[in-house]
Design a protein. Structure first.
Ligand code: DGL
Length: 275
């Protein structure tokens, strides 16, 4: 049997596209409905009750669209009450916190892990609980990075203002000797270049996007929900904000291959790097 229904993925904006990208890489036959709540972005500085209300709106919308699985591609949503969302959905729900935590606990060599995220995520203590639940004897040092998401939503990954903010956030983590950093916000993988440059090559960056996609893969197969038709699926990307702006950022961050497929004959293959 084949289940043609879409996987529902949502975030406060474009950050969840890092998770969407990773899912599409592992499950190229699966259709996706993505919702970015750009009109109410950012979630990070808001009270968790408010974030939970928004998240429930979107989850209800996606359930109404008959998605077969919900992927909460936003740490700030997950800390506001994944349980509520799961209970209302009646379908498998995959979050981002456990996958990233598991990977970090395995990656650390000295047992000192850093976490960066929004204010909502850091103050919730959700990662401290997730790390404790693994039973590993590691120490977690957390740092909220409130301005990061605004830069990412503007398509800025290189400005001087962003770089000096990064230095200010990262120095206390470097001083504590972290050898692994969890990117506890789905916008942050887009800042991996900057983060690695500032932290140096010895610090392992853990992007929950890729780890979450593996959980989505496992959950889909375990629940027997795969779509088996070989033809390319149709995706839907929805923004509650300005669609043109979202479209532009999605092209940059999700990848143009999703929106435009070029024929192989049109590529300059003669004498080129293919030989
Ligand atoms: N991408 C969201 C997260 O993973 C947060 C962005 C926001 O503050 O809205 O936490």
């Amino acid at each position: 049997v084949s289940d043609p229904r879409a996987i529902g993925v949502f975030d406060s904006g474009v950050g969840g596209l890092t998770v969407a990208r990773a899912i599409l890489d592992l499950l190229p036959r699966e259709p996706m409905i993505y919702v970015g709540d750009s009109a109410r972005f950012p979630y990070g500085p808001k009270p968790v009750e408010e974030i939970r209300r928004y998240a429930i709106d979107i989850a209800d919308y996606l359930v109404h669209r008959d998605v077969k699985m919900l992927v909460v591609a936003c740490n700030s949503v997950e800390v506001s009450g994944l349980g509520d969302i799961a209970a209302r959905a009646g379908i498998p729900v995959v979050g981002v916190i456990d996958p990233g935590t598991r990977t970090a606990v395995h990656a650390t060599r000295n047992g000192v892990i850093g976490l960066i995220g929004t204010e909502a995520t850091v103050t919730s203590g959700a990662y401290d609980r997730a790390v404790a639940a693994t039973g590993a004897s590691v120490t977690l040092h957390s740092q909220a990075c409130p301005v990061f998401v605004e830069h990412v939503e503007r398509g800025d990954t290189t400005s001087d203002a962003l770089r000096s903010a990064a230095r200010e956030y990262l120095v206390p983590l470097i001083e504590r000797g972290i050898d692994t950093l969890i990117l506890g916000c789905t916008h942050y993988p887009l800042l991996s270049g900057l983060l690695q440059l500032e932290l140096g090559p010895d610090v392992v960056l853990v992007s929950s996007a890729e780890e979450t996609a593996k959980d989505v893969y496992a959950t889909l197969l375990r629940s027997g929900l795969e779509r088996r038709e070989p033809d390319a699926p149709a995706h839907e990307f929805l923004s509650t904000g300005e669609p043109e702006l979202f479209q532009h950022l999605a092209e940059v961050f999700l990848g143009p291959e999703l929106l435009e497929v070029r024929a192989a004959q049109a590529l300059p293959v003669g004498g080129g790097s293919w030989n």
